[in-house]
Ligand binder design. Structure first.
Ligand code: HEM
Ligand code: HEM
Length: 176
């Protein structure tokens, strides 16, 4: 299996980035919603720390994924069946990246403005002063960006289904 992307297929590393992110998000989004419903306790703090560690890992993963994308050819777009189709696909992919960054960065800023020291895996960092108004504002971004992610992923999967069953252009072969 090829390591780099080719003009008709994603390479091994790009595939791994895509499917690992998918599996992690499949767990992390419901985990976040479950977390907010819990009563304050030591167990909740522990679960929140796990949520944060997974979230920061997604941040790094997406950063490395984009760097890898920059140094690789992108597989050519699938055949167009209607005007604007390629643009919609590109916009969907672009917004998925923006949304994942919005979720992770807003989560990080919420915690930093709460005055907490965060473990960024390679180093630890905290702001010198807290600001609860900003912490709350970034938390709102965290919540709404999650809803946006759900909408974009639904659209993404719907597009794959239409490609597969209606256009029959074997789009899944590019990424599997
Ligand atoms: C959390 C869920 C998902 C996210 C965030 C996501 C994100 C992305 C992104 C950002 C790309 C563009 C890759 C690039 O060129 O940079 C992509 C491509 C693709 N994804 Fe997903 N994806 C998800 C789930 C899925 C699922 C469940 C499927 C299959 C049912 C799928 C099938 C594809 C296919 C076929 C492509 C290639 C599209 C093309 O190049 O024309 N994705 N995905
Ligand atoms: C892609 C990664 C992430 C996803 C999908 C995600 C998802 C979520 C979701 C769905 C919620 C529940 C929101 C609500 O309904 O109130 C939540 C809560 C939370 N998230 Fe994340 N999150 C991610 C990354 C992060 C990161 C990186 C941090 C911090 C560094 C973070 C910190 C928090 C905190 C502290 C809460 C709970 C707040 C509270 O109840 O006080 N998240 N997350």
């Amino acid at each position: 299996m090829q390591f780099f992307n080719s003009f008709d297929k994603y390479g091994l590393l790009a595939k791994l980035f895509h499917w690992i992110t998918f599996i992690v998000l499949l767990v992390q989004v419901p985990f976040g919603f479950y977390l907010v419903g819990l009563e304050f306790s030591d167990q909740r703090i522990e679960l929140e720390n796990i949520h944060i560690l997974i979230g920061i890992t997604v941040f790094y993963l997406t950063l490395f994924r984009l760097i890898w994308k920059f140094f690789n050819p992108s597989p050519t777009e699938s055949k167009s069946f209607f005007k604007g189709q390629v643009l919609i696909g590109k916009a969907n992919h672009f917004l998925l990246y923006v949304t994942i960054f919005s979720i992770t960065i807003s989560g990080i800023l919420k915690k930093l403005y709460m005055g907490e020291i965060l473990n960024f895996i390679f180093f630890k960092y905290g702001f010198e002063k807290d600001n609860f108004v900003l912490a709350d504002a970034y938390y709102q971004v965290h919540i709404y960006a999650n809803y946006l992610l759900l909408a974009l992923v639904s659209l993404h999967i719907l597009a794959v289904i239409v490609h597969h069953f209606v256009f029959k252009d074997k789009i899944l072969n590019k990424i599997t």
